[in-house]
Design a protein. Structure first.
Length: 252
């Protein structure tokens, strides 16, 4: 049974067995019962995931043709493969579950924001991204690539950049390098007034990242608070913890 590649879905299918093995090795360091694969494509990772033993595996795939291909190749997935859009997806398990995948690059950031909505149930994520995005997620303050995604993810997860993946590992080869990261729930998350305030502050600060914080977030704080020297900094200079602490000083 054959399949076609759809550029509109950002499809680049992993074919390098060594890369697949490395992803599985990273996944196997964790203990879990439920596992969700996002975007199995032609099943390069799926065939290894099926060998993990006593793991309740589910996968979600948007492309109907790939769903048919995988079910033909792995009939055991008959009741575990969901044809649908992950971004419109309901929570796949009751209780905690781990997420893995070679994420479609054109929606990879949106996938992470969706996972953030489920963060209390998702202790581990191991995902492949365009290298630039993977580096951004893992980047630290005082970096030009440190931004909204970095801060929002790192407030709730410890992020580790695992390894590069070259274009030749895929069919068709993308025009960019890829990278695999590991996200593990932080044991101690920063104290914040509310997640809503935290998200608003971070997004507002980075929307004008070249400006001093005082000018970028002026509408969120009273004038006396804005006199604090921390507002002399730019958004990229603040740690996750500093953003979280500032939420307590925001206007109510």
């Amino acid at each position: 049974m054959q399949y076609t590649l759809k550029k509109s879905l950002g499809q680049h299918f992993l074919k390098d067995e060594h890369i697949s093995s490395n992803i599985i090795a990273a996944l196997s360091k964790h203990t879990f019962n439920n596992l969700l694969e996002i975007g199995p494509g032609a099943g390069a990772l799926t065939k290894y995931l099926l060998l993990l033993g006593a793991v309740n595996l589910k996968a979600i795939e948007l492309d109907e043709e790939k769903v048919a291909f995988i079910l033909h190749k792995y009939p055991v997935l008959q009741d575990k493969l969901i044809h649908g859009d992950f971004l419109k997806f309901e929570k796949p398990f009751i209780g905690s579950f781990v997420v893995v995948g070679n994420f479609p690059y054109n929606i990879s950031s949106q996938i992470l924001f969706k996972i953030l909505e489920w963060k209390s149930e998702v202790p581990v994520v191991i995902g492949m991204f365009q290298k630039e995005v993977a580096q951004r997620i893992a980047s630290k303050p005082n970096s030009k690539i440190y931004g909204i995604l970095s801060v929002l993810i790192q407030a709730f997860y410890d992020v580790k950049y695992l390894f590069d993946v070259p274009p030749a590992a895929f069919t068709p080869p993308p025009k960019v390098m890829s990278g695999v990261i590991e996200m593990v729930t932080r044991t101690q998350q920063p104290s914040m007034r509310s997640e809503k305030d935290f998200f608003l502050l971070v997004k507002t600060a980075f929307n004008q990242r070249r400006k001093k914080l005082r000018n970028a977030v002026r509408n969120l704080f009273s004038e006396d608070i804005l006199s604090d020297e921390i507002f002399d900094k730019r958004a990229e200079q603040l740690s996750v913890e500093e953003f979280a602490t500032l939420t307590f000083k925001m206007k109510i």
